[in-house]
Structures are given as structure tokens and as C-alpha cells.
Ligand binder design. Sequence first.
Ligand SMILES: [Mg+2]
Length: 366
Amino acid sequence: MRIAKAESVLVSVPFETGGGLPPWGWGGAPADTFDMLMVRLETEDGLVGWGEAFSRMADTALKQLIDTRVLPLVVGRDARQIARIKHDVEFNLHNFGRVGSIMYGISAVDIALWDLAGKRAGRPLAELVGGASAAEVEVYASLVRYGTEEAVARAVRRSIDRGYRWIKLHEVAVPVIAAACEAAGDDAVVMLDTNCPWSVEEALAVDAALDGLGLHWFEEPVWPPENYGGLAAVRATGRHRIAAGENAGSLFDFVAMHRAGAIDIAQPDVAKTGGVTELLKIARFCEANGLTYSPHCALFGPGQIATIHLTAAEVRPPLFERLYLDFEAELFGEAAMVRGGRLRVPDGPGLGVDPDPAVIDRYRVA
Ligand SMILES: [Mg+2]
């Protein structure tokens, strides 16, 4: 059960937004391709497990960091010791940051170890962590930023026509947000994610301007993401439930957020926040502290599949986030295609589905 081989695979697949703005640049020119930075672990008896690290912009530097700093610490370890391996790698590398690249790599390793555990047991991940409460999860269409009233209204109607009943916007202009809510009408519930643009004062002004639109939550209104006091001020005075957590590094960040009174909805990301092991802890912390657990998922590799299992395994399954993009090729084929606003929980062992080697070959960057 020793890990004989650990490697990473970076693919970047072109997508279509249906008229949205290029969603991110992050140090380079915005690109319409999406990274799936995968970790592949192979045990000495030939079993293969897959994980995923958060990545954007064909990030070969991140891949190299994971290859040279994280994966060498995993080779030779007993794959059954998931928590032990995760702890040891975190402890060894904690000086290089508790949030960000190193933790993304550790998250990928943890997901791959759980995939191996499921494959070894012959049971799907959802069963290993409590059992699926549902055969399908309810997906929300997480729209990219469209920037104009016409374009966002079109995207909202298109997602409703495709069967979505929950929609998240990434808009920051009040008239555009209002137009999206009007387009949704009674056909879908709308959430708003602003990705940390404002001071507390600015966020409170927007919060007031959005009053009456019926937004289900208000996500990351304040800069910087770790400004828990700022989030708490918006939450205390504002009119909306506050969601945050995709930029957290571990359970301890959620404890700090909760103690500050910063959030109603906790959004850990399985490929950023320590993998399956850490999300299970965060879920139980939320349960015991009256927070809504709703994982962040802007992932299309094994991290997406792991999040489906984690979602289904909750007694009250949270909504499942999927960025509203259409890919040139699907890494998991039909298994990750949304039908009628829902995704099926794979029922094979481990994650239940492996990435398609033909898609890897065609879109591999490094
Ligand atoms: Mg977000």
C-alpha cells in the first residue's frame, strides 16, 4: 500500500461563456481556458488515485512547486494513513504559507488518497464519509461576469431554460444585478458573489442599494478576503446573509471567521482548503455552530467530483456550485454533465470516475 509514484498533470481546456467577459487574468492576459491541475498517485500494487489543486492560467510554476516540494514528501508513505500524511506534509512546509500554492498541492494529495481508499475498499467516496443522502445534487449556475444588463439577463434566462433553479451572479454594478434578478423572476433564486472589491463603507452602500432584490446571499463583499472584522461589520449592519471562505486555508480560518461574526455561509474549497479531510472537519464545525456549509467549487477535475460526493454525503446536502461554462471537451464525459440543474453522484469506487486519457493527451500543458 506504499505510494510508489506521485506526479502532477496540468491540462487547460478552452471554454465558452455565452457572451461573458474573459473571467480572469491574474497576472496575465485573460484567457478562455480553464486549468485542471491534477495529482496522480500510484501505489506499489498498481492502484491509481487522482486529486486536484486549484489552478488558473496554465500555471506551470504552481505545478513545478507541487512536483518539487509536495510530492517528494508523499512517495514511500503508506496510502492508508491519509490524515497522517496530510499532517506531516503541512507541518514540514508550513513556513511556505498556510493559504495558497502549497496548500493547493496538499489538497490534491488528500483527494487522491481518498480516491485510493475508496478504490481499495470498492466503495464510492460518499459511502466512506457517511453515505449519500441523495443520488443527485442540486447545482447552481455560477455565472461569470457579463457586465451589462442585456448580457446578464440573457445568461440568466438561458441557464433557467437549461433547468437551473439557483443562479449566482459575479456582477458588481447595481443596475446589472437588478436586471439579472428581474430576468430570473420567480423562476430561480439568485445569489451574488462580488470577489472582495470594497471597503466596509462601500460594501454597506451596495448592500443598501440591493435591498429588496431578494438575494439569497452576498458573497465576499470586502477587501481583503481575510478582513473578518470588515465582513462582520457588513453582516451586522447590512441586510444580507454573508458568504465567504473560498480563500481560507484550513478549519482554523473558519473558526476565526465565526468568532469574528463574519459569516452565515461557509464556503471551503476542496482543492484549496486541505482536501476531503479538512472539508469534513469544516462541515462538522458548521453543523455545531449554526453556519450553513456550502462548498466553493470552481473546479472541473477530480476536485469537482470529490465535491459532488461530499455534498451528497451531508444529511442536508448543500447546493453544488458549477461555473456556468461550456467546455470544448469534458474531462469526465457524461459523468460531470449537468442535466436539469442536477448532477448524478458517481457510484463507482473512490471518486467513481477517472479523467479521460484522450482529453488529457489533447489538452496537456505540462
Ligand atoms: Mg466566490
